[in-house]
Ligand binder design. Structure first.
Ligand code: ADP
Length: 825
């Protein structure tokens, strides 16, 4: 080892003894240095190259003297320190301060690390020139490691502590502020051990800690929740419930409300893994569920709306009376937002006076019972027009089952109702049109029927023979207005050459529809200022004019006008009006045909009357001459002539009967038939009449059964004529039979005669009509049973005019029974 001189004075850190040991006693010094195994002592030159190396250095840094001498002392520095130039800094500190003290990690030969605490001194020669350095270093690795371990343990402890604290705070805030509901129920009686504030608030702030759950929340009984919790406790298995409906007492006042929750019920276990309670963890999702339900309702409404066209929804709070008017609803009532408040009874203000009582009653009933409200009613818009609405509403009840809200839709059904009304009117009008053949009266009735349901004014114009327009009908609910309108018309009579209105419709055969009459239209149509003024006063809203045509020729027109009811006609209404006009034209045509046939009948009756009258005198003369001739032929014995004359007399009798019958018809028609009434013995009259028939020598036997024993007041000749007619028909229509039965009976008031034959009978469908004039079951071409169809007509008229009754019963192929009754004297 190189001998060095150390000139530095002893410092407080190094005692004098140490100093001497280290620097002044050279040999001793060397030995001592070598013997200090706990200290590494080595010297370097000014560049740091190692010059001497003691045993301690070898022990501490593992290099032996041989291998380290000449190496630079920076070899013991860690790469980090080298980067920081710690080695150079250490030497310069030593030069500057006379020593450099440090503690740092050093690198051993085997690259392991050693925590060394050392001192570096500069070595000077006798000229005080620095010739190198001495470094003394102690191994404090163990202490350092212990310290480090201690400090890391401490900081770990600090960290863990901080973590635990944070965790605790987090749990605390989770428990108190969590938006979740948390409760811990302990033991098999489920004592409420923990219950977070949110949960407590939800259930009306009740103090429930320490109470068994069934006592804490008695309202949850019978809702399935307790059983669920008990089951979790029993099975140890968690349960989940999604949008679970629970009826809770939010205000702790006994009122239950529906609420929805997502719940987890988890078993809580003790350290032995044994279930000792249940953890309830939940979120309230009522708002989401309700809004989804609302959405569903509104979707349903929307769907309904799409299906039905004009729809407005409403929501009426029955407790507060407030109503939510949607913009669509407002438009259904013809109002704007600003004009309606949210008072739920507001809508009733619009009800038509005729519907108000009924609809209010229906609504009240539904609000009370919770039944759904389905109705139809009319409303009057602020512009006075009438609209039909249909309401479909549901009542929503609170948890106690009390109706709370009415939610529903209003649908405008005006169009459907109008069509229904139109059809109803058309049906009624058609009935009227076919009920009478007097078309003037009928058209009048139809026009009256149209007012006021279909129109405020309804007029019918027909073209008369002079090709002028004639107003045959005018209808309005106010008779005064009719008089006034007639006057107006007489002042300004319409002309067939007019280019507008009725004249135009009749000329072109095309209907006119004025859905909305404007003031310009009135100005254009008015013929004078006065007329324009009047027309404005009337306040026309809408009009339609339809032609009445017959075989392509128009004979008139029907006009419908609305004023005060403010109805506006559309194409549907026009179609109805056109249909009515075509039915009216049929009615007019029928009436015309009927009148034609009536005229023909009258002409025929006139002819019959005149002809039969004219024939009566000559036929009487002919009969008289035949009689004279027969007597003469008998006297001269001309048997042939007698035979011919007898046949002729029979024919004359038939002709006479026919003429008298025709005369009777004329008299009946003209109401001129006369009866020579007297009291007579009814049975005698029957006997005489039957005898007369026997004398004609028929093959039929006429049997008279029974008696009346009554006197009758009447024209015996005419009544005999009736009986004769019935017996003659009985014989005529039973050619294969051999007898006819005449049965007599009576009551205190009546005598009754029944004439029964066993002949061909009468088909049922003819029975009612055989008493009509000229009605025959078989037509004129049928030669089997000749006749004119007038006998029964005359007979029934005679009986009718004697206040009797007449009737018939018949079976085809079996025979007929004609009967009549007469009042007794
Ligand atoms: P007619 O001259 O045709 O007999 P009536 O007025 O006496 O006229 O009778 C009207 C029609 O009633 C007859 O055409 C006949 O078809 C029917 N009729 C009347 N009496 C009888 C009867 N006893 N049996 C069947 N048909 C009868």
């Amino acid at each position: 080892m190189t001998k060095l001189k150390h000139t530095s004075s002893p410092s407080e850190k190094l005692s004098t003894a140490e100093y001497n040991v280290l620097f002044n006693k050279e040999d001793f010094f060397q030995q001592v240095i070598d013997s200090i195994e706990d200290y590494a002592v080595f010297t370097t030159d000014v560049d740091g190259n190692i010059g001497s190396w003691n045993t301690g250095a070898q022990r501490l840094l593992y290099y032996n003297e041989k291998e380290i001498i000449g190496q630079n002392a920076s070899i013991f520095f860690t790469p980090e320190d080298i980067m920081l130039k710690a080695h150079e800094k250490e030497l310069s500190t030593a030069i500057r301060d006379g020593r450099a003290k440090d503690e740092r990690w050093h690198v051993r030969k085997d690259r392991s690390r050693l925590w060394g605490s050392g001192l570096v001194f500069p070595l000077k020669d006798d000229d005080d020139k620095i010739i190198g350095f001495t470094k003394i270093m102690r191994d404090l690795t163990f202490r350092k490691l212990v310290e480090e371990e201690k400090s890391s343990l401490h900081s770990r402890e600090q960290r863990v502590f901080a973590q635990v604290e944070a965790e605790r705070k987090r749990l605390q805030s989770l428990f108190t502020q969590a938006p979740a509901l948390i409760a811990i129920l302990k033991g098999d009686d489920f004592i409420v051990e923990l219950f977070n504030p949110l949960f407590r608030k939800l259930l009306g702030n009740r103090s429930v800690i320490g109470k068994p759950m069934r006592k804490a929340w008695p309202e949850l009984r019978k809702q399935g929740m307790f059983e669920l919790i008990e089951n979790v406790f029993k099975t140890g298995k968690s349960e989940f419930r999604y949008e679970y409906l629970v009826r809770i007492d939010r205000r702790n006042n006994g009122v239950l409300e529906d609420a929805y929750f997502n719940f987890v019920f988890a078993p809580s276990k003790n350290e032995h893994e044994i279930v000792d309670g249940v953890l309830v963890f939940g979120f309230e999702v009522t708002d989401q569920v309700v809004s989804r339900q609302r959405l569903k309702i509104s979707e349903d409404r929307l769907q309904l709306a799409q299906k039905t066209g004009r729809v407005g929804t409403f929501e009426w709070d029955l407790r507060s009376g407030k109503m939510l008017w949607t913009p669509e609803l407002l438009s259904l009532y013809g109002i704007e937002t600003s004009t309606v408040d949210e008072n739920g009874y507001e809508w009733q203000k619009f009800l038509h006076p005729d519907d108000i009582d009924r609809v209010q009653k229906e609504a009240r009933h539904c609000a009370k019972t919770g039944e759904s409200f389905n109705s139809e009613f009319r409303i009057i818009w602020p512009d006075q027009s009438v609209h039909y609405l249909s309401v479909r509403a549901q009542i929503i009840k609170n948890t106690k089952g009390k109706p709370e809200r009415m939610v529903g839709v209003n649908i405008d059904i005006t169009e459907r109702k109008t069509i229904e009304k139109n059809l109803e009117f058309l049906t009624e009008a058609s009935k009227l049109l076919s009920s009478s053949l007097d078309y003037q009266t009928t058209l009048n009735n139809v026009a009256m029927l149209a007012v006021p349901e279909i129109a405020d004014w309804c007029t019918v114009d027909l073209i008369n023979k002079k090709n002028e327009l004639e107003q045959v009908t005018i209808a309005h609910k106010d008779p005064q207005k009719i008089a006034w309108a007639k006057e107006l018309r007489s002042e300004n009579p319409p002309n067939m050459n007019d280019t507008t209105g009725v004249a135009q419709v009749i000329r072109t055969g095309k209907s006119l529809l004025y859905p909305h009459i404007t003031d310009e239209m009135l100005t254009a149509a008015a013929k004078s200022k006065k007329q324009l003024k009047l027309m404005r006063e009337i306040g026309f809203t809408s009009a339609m004019i339809v032609p009445i045509c017959r075989e392509k020729k128009c004979i008139g027109a029907i006009t419908f006008v609305t004023t005060e009811t403010r109805r506006r006609y559309n194409e549907t209404d026009l179609a109805m009006a056109e249909e009515l006009a075509s039915r009216a034209s049929l009615a007019i045509e029928n009436a015309r045909l009927y009148k034609g046939s009536q005229d023909a009948i009258a002409l025929r009756d006139d002819f019959i009357s005149v002809a039969s009258h004219e024939l009566k005198t000559p036929i009487t003369s002919v009969k008289m001459f035949t009689h004279v001739l027969t007597q003469h032929s008998q006297q001269i014995g001309d048997k042939k002539a007698v035979s011919h004359l007898t046949k002729m007399d029979k024919q004359i009798n038939k002709l006479t009967e026919l003429i008298y019958n025709l005369l009777d018809i004329s008299k009946i028609q003209a109401g001129r038939i006369e009866f020579k009434k007297k009291v007579f013995d009814f049975d005698n009259l029957i006997a005489e009449t039957v005898d007369m028939f026997e004398s004609y020598g028929h093959k039929h036997k006429i049997e008279v059964k029974g008696k009346t024993g009554k006197m009758v007041y009447g024209d015996d000749d005419r009544i005999s004529q009736v009986i004769s007619n019935l017996i003659a028909n009985a014989i005529k229509y039973s050619p294969r039979a051999e007898h006819v039965v005449v049965k007599l009976s009576s009551t205190d008031n009546h005598v009754k005669v029944k004439v029964t034959d066993f002949g061909i009978g009468i088909p049922k469908e003819h029975l009612e009509r055989i008493f009509e004039r000229f009605y025959r079951v078989y037509d004129e071409t049928d030669k089997t049973f000749p006749g004119l169809g007038i006998g029964l007509y005359i007979a029934s008229e005679i009986i009718r005019r004697h206040n009797g009754t007449f009737g018939v019963e018949s079976d085809i192929g079996k025979g007929s029974t004609f009967y009549f009754t007469l009042p007794v004297q």
